[in-house]
Design a protein around this ligand. Structure first.
Ligand SMILES: Cc1ncc(COP(=O)(O)O)c(C=O)c1O
Length: 474
């Protein structure tokens, strides 16, 4: 069998999969037991015998697709993972095939150039100076932004805090972290922020929580109080992390006053826009991030709200020098003086081998165009408002906050345990896939409206399904 005929077979299966998922003819989620999946896919025999091609490949791919959670299904409301644009999926195929680990330019000039271009596109959306394509082009090299694409927002957040630490404690790379540093962040920050603090060896006690309002958004007037608490505890705050938007309920922190506060205290201001920075492409919603240009760094995941297949996240900095000094590594086989027609990203990234991530987001951008992406963000945010009005209007349902993005939390009358039981029942039936979160000490069902195929009727049907699961104890 040739590559081409195998590829046609796989693409045919994927197209059928996409169509039946969109038509909602199959369960959105189907969780088989791990041992059973290993057995049904006949994994051991395939490894023993090899020859995954032709009919065998076709049978395997069909069986594998049957084990997946179907993000293309309009009842997919589960998590912040993009329903990939088909052209983005083709980019994954091209990248997987060419396999150019482009963190050093010579291993992927096209991929590196596209990453550079995409980062500049993002920098401009934030309102920062893009990086010059030719050295010395902008005069003062210090004033342009910079960035790197990473395998996920968690790594981007880690890289941001590393750059921040490097500014506050330039010797930390050699001597280790000083023991008195502190990071200011709302409790509702994504767990990757606390993980980054742990990885940097700062200790969880170095996280000082910022006070938030009833929606979980940072209260600017209380920032000084958090700073004072840190200082009273003998700590030196060096970075502040704000959410744009929060993972749990999708609410944006007020970046403008937070940015002013950070500037007045010399704090590194990191905006975790992993989910919500994509609102920057929308003329209608970019004001949710008003003040983002005051940040020192921004995390922005394309694999959440830019229809890009996982993974493709960006860490962007206002001043590129901050990122260039974050890692101070030596590896003589990779880092050496050289004349080359492009740039390396290696010195900016945790990763050594890095996929051609830029190609994935670029091909989606090129397929949908900026206007198409803006329309997508607008319609998901609008649908979420409609869903909120509808659910909050049901006598037996409540929503803890009015959403600002496309993440909506709600619960039906009943205990916290009941919410989880209902979610399990829906998953078991495969009708709807919801996630769940704790907010303000209560458990909520959580809906991420990320699939362009979902509409208000799907939301209405989901509400009915929740009600019926609650009523009949299914
Ligand atoms: C606000 C926020 N930051 C960071 C992350 C982590 O991003 P990733 O899953 O790409 O590592 C998430 C993921 O949901 C998030 O919502």
């Amino acid at each position: 069998m040739s590559f081409l005929s195998d590829a046609e077979l796989v693409l045919g299966a994927l197209e059928r999969y996409r169509c039946e998922s969109i038509a909602g003819q199959v369960p959105v989620i189907h969780q088989e037991r791990l041992a059973r999946i290993i057995e049904e896919l006949d994994l051991a025999a395939l490894v023993r015998e090899g020859g995954l091609s032709g009919d065998r490949l076709g049978a395997f791919v069909e069986a594998y697709l049957g084990t997946t959670t179907r993000l293309h299904h309009p009842a997919y409301f589960g998590h912040q993972a993009a329903v990939p644009h088909p052209t983005g999926s083709l980019a994954s195929l091209i990248d997987g095939f060419t396999n150019n680990p482009m963190a050093i330019y010579e291993m992927g000039p096209g991929a590196a150039s596209i990453e550079f271009f995409v980062l500049n596109w993002m920098l401009e959306k934030i309102g920062w100076e893009p990086a010059p394509t030719e050295p010395g082009e902008h005069g003062d090299a210090g004033h342009n932004g910079g960035g790197v694409l990473t395998h996920g927002g968690s790594l981007a957040n880690l890289t941001a805090l590393l750059a921040a630490r490097s500014r506050a404690a330039p010797d930390a790379w050699r001597e280790g972290s000083p023991s008195d540093l502190a990071v200011l962040a709302p409790e509702g920050s994504h767990y990757s922020v606390a993980r980054a603090v742990g990885i940097l060896g700062l200790g969880q006690e170095s996280i000082i929580h910022l006070e938030v309002d009833e929606r979980g958004a940072v209260v600017p007037d209380k920032l000084t109080g958090a700073w004072d608490r840190a200082v009273r505890a003998g700590r030196r705050p060096f970075a502040l992390v704000a959410n744009a938007c929060s993972t749990g309920v999708g609410v944006y922190d007020p970046l403008e006053p937070i940015g002013k506060f950070c500037a007045s205290r010399g704090l590194w201001f990191h905006v975790d826009g992993a989910h919500g920075a994509s609102a920057l492409v929308s003329a209608k919603h970019r004001s949710l991030l008003r003040g983002v240009e005051k940040a020192d760094s921004v995390t922005w995941d394309a694999h959440k709200m830019l229809r890009t297949p996982s993974l493709c996240a960006a860490l962007l900095v206002r001043d590129h020098r901050a990122l260039d000094s974050a890692f101070q590594q030596e590896a003589s086989y990779l880092f050496h003086e050289k004349e080359q027609p492009g740039v390396d990203f290696l010195h900016r990234a945790v990763e050594c081998t890095k996929a051609g991530l830029g190609l994935k987001v670029f091909m989606v951008l090129a397929a949908m165009g900026e206007a198409g992406l803006a329309e997508y963000v607008d319609s998901e945010y609008a649908l979420t408002q409609e869903a909120y009005e509808y659910i909050a209007g049901q006598p037996d349902f409540e929503c803890p906050v009015r959403p600002e993005s496309n993440i909506l939390c709600f619960r039906i009358a009943g205990s916290d345990r009941e919410q989880l039981r209902i979610r399990d029942a829906l998953n078991e039936r495969g009708d709807f896939y919801l996630s769940s979160t704790v907010f303000g000490d209560r458990r909520y069902l959580r809906m991420v409206l990320i699939n362009p195929e979902s509409d208000l009727d799907d939301v209405r049907r989901c509400v009915e399904a929740v009600r019926s699961a609650a009523g009949n104890g299914a």
